[in-house]
Design a binder for this molecule. Structure first.
Ligand code: NDP
Length: 285
């Protein structure tokens, strides 16, 4: 294997440790950082995510308020709770764990969160702010990818002027990712399911970011020698093992740097959520 591994576990731990120190300093001034987490229903994966978010809050020194509501909760009741949390001065960030039960309109819920407390960065105001280069909250996974690029390989990865290809154009990963890479002055191509000659398009990339959700679809034929490859995908392979969108074993033979799955982008998402929450508290001061 020739590629340098970009270690998301290590980098996310660094970010959380930095936040822990900054949070302790705020506490000395009498300021607490508080995240409110809402979970509707009993989806096991969502329960794990929520538990991990609460654990991360504890680690960095935030308070977390948890609202675990039954599957049958009505949209009106959920919106009422969000409204209460929007108006509470002691709540800095509000996170509603997705997906929601099918009788609740996710868009209505996202739109109801006060943009200044929208630490997931999903509210249209925050998406718009990112689009026109204004301050807001950026979706945590793409923000985490930027940190991996900036802190990985001892800070030696250049983004400005590089060809970046992003595979995937979802609202939570691909699209904000493209805007962030543009902000970092990369030349950005966004590929998707209708892209022709995907392998050839990907092969142009100095930085290739895969956010598709298809196990191992990015083979070595998609990758230029020496490219930086970031794998956002979280999938299960035929043996039920967790894997990314990138065929790690063969791509790591030719890439310059690569993120593993697990242990790459995944841990960064929660670290960036903590970062957004800290920012939400500081911006209020
Ligand atoms: P979506 O399903 O919302 O989007 C997938 C994107 O991939 C779409 O834009 C789709 O194109 C594109 N696509 C699908 N098939 C192909 C193909 N054959 N060739 C090219 N493009 C294709 O997924 P998400 O963006 O939400 O997530 C992507 C992956 O990232 C998933 O594995 C998910 O689990 C993971 N993820 C990981 C996170 C983390 O913390 N590490 C956080 C969020 C997601 P089109 O638009 O044309 O349909």
């Amino acid at each position: 294997m020739s590629a340098t591994i970009i270690d998301g576990k290590l980098i996310s731990a660094q970010i959380k440790d930095e936040l822990k120190e900054k949070t302790a300093a705020l506490k000395e001034k009498g300021v607490e950082v508080t995240l409110a987490v809402i979970l509707v229903g009993e989806d096991p994966a969502s329960q794990v995510y929520v538990r991990n978010k609460k654990k991360a809050c504890e680690y960095v020194g935030f308070r977390s308020f948890s609202f675990e509501l039954p599957e049958t909760t009505s949209q009106a009741d959920l919106l009422k709770l969000i409204d209460e949390l929007n108006n509470r001065k002691d709540v800095d960030g509000i996170l509603v764990q997705m997906p929601l039960p099918s009788h609740i309109d996710e868009k209505a819920v996202i739109d109801a969160i006060d943009p200044s407390k929208d630490v997931d960065g999903f509210h249209p105001m925050n998406v718009g702010a990112l689009c026109i280069g204004e301050k807001g909250f950026v979706s945590c996974t793409p923000a985490g990818v930027i940190e991996l690029l900036k802190r990985g390989c001892d800070g030696k990865i250049e983004i400005a002027g590089k060809e970046c290809v992003i595979v995937g154009r979802s609202n939570i990963v691909g699209k904000p990712m493209s805007l962030l890479m543009l902000r970092e002055n990369a030349t950005v191509t966004v590929a998707h399911s209708k892209t022709k000659d995907l392998a050839q398009v990907c092969k142009r990339a100095d930085i290739l970011i895969a956010a598709v959700g298809k196990a191992g679809m990015i083979t070595k034929d998609f990758v230029k020698e020496g490219a930086v490859v970031i794998d956002v995908g979280i999938n299960r392979n035929a043996d039920g093992k967790l894997c990314g969108d990138v065929l790690f074993d063969e791509v790591s033979e030719i890439a310059g740097a690569i993120t593993p799955v697990p242990g790459g982008v995944g841990p960064m998402t929660i670290a960036m959520l903590m970062n957004n929450c800290y920012e939400a508290a500081v911006r209020k001061l």
